[in-house]
Design a protein around this ligand. Sequence first.
Ligand code: FAD
Ligand code: 8R5
Length: 452
Amino acid sequence: MTGAKHLTIVGGGLAGALLATLLAQRGWQVDVYEQRSDPRVAGYAGGRSINLALAERGLHALKQAGLDHRVLEQAVMMRGRFVHPLEGEAHLQRYGRDDSEVIWSISRGELNITLLNAAERAGVHLRFDQALKSVDFKTKRARFDCLGGDQEVSFTALIGADGAGSSLRGQMHAELPFEERTEWLDHGYKELEIPPSESGGFRIEANALHIWPRGHYMCIALPNDERTFTVTLFMPLEGAYPSFQQVSTPDAALALFEAQFPDTLPLIPKLKEDFGKNPVGKLATLYLDRWHLQDKAVLIGDAAHAMVPFHGQGMNCAFEDCVSLAEHLDAADDLEAAFQAYSAERMPNAAAIQQMALENYIEMRDKVDDAAFLLQRELELTLQARHPERFVPHYTMVTFMRIPYAVALARSDIQRDILIAATRGKTTLADVDLATADAQVNEQLPPLTAHA
Ligand code: FAD
Ligand code: 8R5
């Protein structure tokens, strides 16, 4: 890139703070405007201890900024799904082959602070309590609302890292309309908490992502480093019992948990209080047909492609965007070429993970304790061992590799067909015709080595 290397980032959340660091480390002059107060001074405004699953894609991006070790120090390892059926024994289903294939539970507040500190160390100019209000793209001036009144700032280009409700997106739309569609999921969520045990330890297995699958709804729990768990109940918003419409009071919540999640009752002492206090979260997928406006503005992270949470990839994907945009900004001749190349690379991949995230809800809430699914999972691992270059389990491609999401989706579709055909009507692996499955793998799945 030749010319002025100056950029203004709107939003100092996860993607904004990481991108600012990556760019400053590459010699860019970067300003960040964040609407909230500085979490290092005011405490994290998210309030409750909210945790996120960090996987290989996000970890690799943090490594580019030299932050992987710092973040992992505060993380709790999750080896697999700990499945709690309504009847029968709870058990761990490993995500990968061993402890080199795990995901990490990290606190959003701590992560954001780590990223903001890194940005500042790299020379980024951070400004808090500044909300983007309007943009004049002709004169390249942006207006921010701040405590002392409005202020106008001139910019070279704006980067929208201002999350799902992005105001920069709205301003870009007003300047040059594009196709924008928000598909709301008809399910929502409520957060609850498992405190530490009386002796100060974790009340259930710490190194796992817990799932209570119940068909059309589910609970999950992720560990926090202060030995609590954040439990999330996902359920339809309306319609037949149970839905948030029908389960709308703390007493109704208690009745639901007594009947459907009895093993969690002694773990969540403030169930009624949490349920009454915390709002029902809404979930949506955001589809745009353009992410940039000439050489003047570009979107990253949730502002560009908010997704439902069920693959735990929203932040991971946002971090991949940051690395991609930083690399294209370095390589391209001008800003417009960089924004164009970044969009061309990332848009198909964002669409793929958005789709896979929707699909994984059904797997988590309905399939993980199903015999046919478990046999398919067993065959998946067997075929991986027999064809390590060609057959890589779906979850592994998304979570432990960095192959483009679109490649993972295309290969998963082929693999699913092979798994379903080979296990149809079978109850054990011994009954599966491995020779036929082997032939299909060799025929339909070229080696993956190029993407490793
Ligand atoms: P955000 O992190 O939302 O940051 C946007 C920032 O912009 C905020 O700081 C906001 O204050 C600021 N802002 C907004 N408007 C303005 C404005 N007008 N002017 C200035 N600043 C503004 N992803 C995973 O990968 N794994 C998980 O396990 C996971 N769990 C999640 C759990 C929950 C409860 C939620 C809600 C999301 C979860 N996600 C997870 C998704 C993940 O949080 C997002 O994908 C990720 O935060 C996107 O980063 P972002 O920087 O684009 O947006
Ligand atoms: N986000 C996650 C996974 C996949 C787990 C698996 C799923 C809560 C609002 Cl629902 C969900 C996953 O397939 O076994 N990894 O990480 C995180 C998830 O939900 C987060 C905590 C969440 C938005 C509420």
